[in-house]
Design a protein around this ligand. Structure first.
Ligand SMILES: *[C@@H]1O[C@H](CO)[C@@H](O)[C@H](O)[C@H]1NC(C)=O
Ligand SMILES: *[C@@H]1O[C@H](CO)[C@@H](O)[C@H](O)[C@H]1NC(C)=O
Ligand SMILES: *[C@@H]1O[C@H](CO)[C@@H](O)[C@H](O)[C@H]1NC(C)=O
Length: 394
């Protein structure tokens, strides 16, 4: 234990000294993001034909912060939005929105978001072949990586300022924080939603993690230097699963939180594999910084003591829903009548039974940036990461 501690300490020292070369002000001048609905700031909406818009395109999505739906699967800001704010950067624009910097509008110079709600880590066709259907999108992590490569080929245009040689690309990457995920959660959600048994769902975990690892290695080849890679949440606490797998067998529930143990165990298993994969890649690429974001434990805190975080109206109930013990009904999800929003979303952790409220995402981000839920700690890589603490008042 003592030896491990020393090694960790040395890693922190070495990563913090390498961070001195990073841009002094906010450490990062841009954010590049891959992922699913936990990070999508509008891509699925922009990809969808007008007669087949996602639920996140309808009120009450977006009601708290933006006061209109933006395609974010929440009432307000997501983790990626709070991270951007903490770096003093604008909210990260969805790639599908295109760039419109000439008109003084959208620019990718400060970041670009490839995340698409519903996206999986594994390819659409791979899952389809195994009987797992994705009715939301055929976009996977591989598609997002292809988009990123197209983006890089047009880098000088996309950034409006740079020339076309590799020095500019290097400088761009050196000052960029790359968010790889959360991605992979849907690869387990879909089999579970589609009634495929839990052993089969869980058996996808090594393949998913392998895919994420290969993607990270490809990003490193492209020149990426700093990545933040989140794990999965305690999905056994989600109203969708508490409703779908409701049981009279009390032993299936955690006595402290009321969450379903077996589902949380799938997340724990998956997160363990992901962390092992990240350690493996770190050893191969000592010059690259790979930060693990422990979404699981950052969220578990508020299931353990909800009132401490202001979640006073029933931690396992969704804010927006159409009734039932967890206020979740698959036939009347948030955005479909008769579902309606609660009066005070900030007193709920779950927004729609599947995704968190802005209030919960704020607590989770605060746990990453100021708490103990990043490894190596993001503060050792970027000391000014929580320079705007006022954003996190709660
Ligand atoms: C996904 O669907 C779009 C539109 O339906 C299609 O143009 C595209 O080729 C598909 N991509 C993949 C990877 O299947
Ligand atoms: C890693 O960083 C060191 C020190 O900055 C440098 O000398 C070396 O060339 C780098 N290695 C790679 C593979 O980039
Ligand atoms: C779920 O919603 C549907 C459609 O509104 C309704 O018919 C059904 O009774 C609801 N189920 C429960 C358990 O409330």
């Amino acid at each position: 234990m003592a030896v491990a501690y020393v090694v960790v300490f040395m890693l922190i020292i070495s990563s913090s000294s390498s961070s001195l070369s990073k841009s002094a002000s906010g450490c990062y001048e841009s954010i590049i993001s891959f992922g699913d609905s936990l990070a999508d700031t509008g891509n699925l909406l922009l990809l969808s034909p007008s007669d087949k818009l996602p639920l996140s395109a309808r009120p009450p999505y977006g009601e708290t912060f933006f006061h209109h739906p933006t395609g974010r699967c929440s009432d307000g800001r997501l983790v990626i939005d709070f991270i951007a704010e903490s770096l003093g950067l604008p909210l990260v624009q969805p790639y599908m929105g295109g760039e419109d910097a000439d008109a003084g509008g959208r620019s990718f110079g400060k970041g670009v978001n490839f995340a698409v709600a519903g996206a999986t880590a594994l390819d659409y066709a791979y899952l389809e072949k195994r009987g797992i259907h994705n009715s939301l999108t055929n976009v996977s992590l591989g598609t997002q990586l292809d988009w990123f490569k197209q983006f890089l080929m047009k880098l000088p245009d996309n950034l409006c300022v740079f020339g076309s040689d590799n020095t500019d690309r290097r400088n761009f990457f050196r000052s960029s924080l790359i968010l790889v995920g959360e991605i992979g959660g849907n690869d387990i959600n879909y089999p579970l939603n589609q009634g495929i048994n839990k052993e089969v769902a869980q058996s996808f975990a090594p393949t998913i993690v392998n895919k994420i690892g290969l993607t990270i290695e490809e990003l490193i080849k492209l020149g990426v230097e700093t990545m933040l890679v989140p794990g999965n949440f305690p999905i056994g606490c989600f109203p969708i699963y508490l409703t779908q797998y409701k049981t009279s067998n009390k032993e299936e529930y955690d006595s402290e939180t009321g969450c379903l143990n077996w589902l949380n165990e799938i997340s724990e298993y998956y997160n363990k594999l992901l962390q092992e994969e990240l350690s493996r890649i770190r050893e191969l690429h000592p010059n690259v910084t790979i930060i693990y974001a422990d979404y699981y434990n950052a969220a578990l805190r508020f299931y353990l003591s909800p009132s401490e975080f202001g979640f006073t109206k029933g931690i396992l109930r969704a804010c927006c829903g159409a009734g039932g013990p967890y206020n979740f009904n698959i036939s009347a999800m948030c955005g479909i009548l008769p579902a309606s929003s609660c009066d005070d979303p900030s007193s709920f952790a779950s927004w729609d039974g599947i995704h968190f409220t802005e209030a919960a995402y704020r607590v989770i981000t605060q746990g990453l940036l100021e708490g103990e839920y990043t490894t190596p700690h993001i503060r050792t890589v970027c000391p000014s990461m929580s320079r705007h603490p006022g954003r996190y008042e709660y």
